[in-house]
Design a protein around this ligand. Structure first.
Ligand code: 13P
Length: 251
């Protein structure tokens, strides 16, 4: 199965308008001529529109860092799928561990977000990952199974075209401690097997599964060489144009 690689930068709560435009311009420039892989940026909501203008005409995709399931209404602090698409956004990150842990988003909320995103035509970049305590307690696969099943509950098989899964072990996020290529591959293969059980093999084989957690220029090549790793969701290294450009150009 030929899955198109996806290199995604999650800027988290970084960049003012000026920084964002500059960073997006540099990344846009180094993505010119990149046609065999997808490049995506998820800047803060406040700069989505400016970044969209900077990237206009480029092949870099734009995403929001979260999304609500409703189109509009009394949801203070939220952003709707149509707001995202109205500025040219094509995707939304959902269920990031920072949303789960710091803001206590639970499985039901995350599932509603995934369903809302695909309903309104966005690609849902659905994140899962175990904590260090869960890994050390030998609960990695149990926790991931729970997260994947809950997050994708009620998603129709045909909507899985709009879903990307991101495996981000919590202990590897922002710590400089990357999962080894073997650890990451093992989990990615597990998630794909689970997707085959939940949907069907063809669907599981076509879903892109990204790895996230301290992806850097010096580890991206070996991670991307794994058969079930289809891309990267990058935090810190996506804030540095040179590093992210190197990651986009993994070999
Ligand atoms: P780091 O690349 O900074 O570890 O962050 C990963 C991440 O959380 C991307 O969503």
């Amino acid at each position: 199965m030929n899955r198109r690689p996806l290199l995604a930068g999650n800027w988290k709560m970084h960049t003012t308008v000026i920084d964002a435009c500059q960073l997006a311009a540099e990344i846009g420039k180094c993505s010119v001529g990149v046609t065999d892989r997808d490049v995506l940026l998820a800047p803060p909501y406040t700069v989505l529109s400016e970044v969209a203008h900077v990237l206009h005409g480029s092949n870099v995709l734009l995403a929001s860092q979260n999304v609500c399931w409703e189109e509009q209404g009394a949801f203070t602090g939220e952003i709707s799928p149509t707001m995202v698409t109205s500025v040219g956004g094509r995707a939304a990150i959902i269920g990031h561990s920072e949303r789960r842990q710091i803001f206590h988003e639970d499985a039901e909320i995350i599932n509603r977000r995934v369903q809302g995103a695909v309903k309104f035509g966005l690609i849902a970049i659905f994140c899962v990952g175990e904590t260090l305590e869960e890994r050390e307690g030998d609960r990695t696969f149990e926790v991931l199974e729970e997260q994947v099943k809950a997050g994708l509950a009620g998603v129709a098989p045909e909507s899985m075209k709009k879903v990307v899964v991101a495996y981000e072990p919590v202990w590897a996020i922002g710590t400089g401690k990357t999962a080894t290529k073997e650890q990451a591959q093992e989990v990615h293969a597990f998630i794909r097997k689970l997707l085959a059980e939940m949907f069907e093999k063809d669907i599981a084989d076509s879903v892109r599964i990204l790895y996230g957690g301290s992806v850097k220029p010096d580890n991206v090549d070996e991670l991307m060489a794994q058969p079930d790793i289809d891309g990267a969701l990058v935090g810190g290294a996506a804030l540095d144009a040179e590093s992210f450009c190197r990651i986009i150009n993994f070999s």
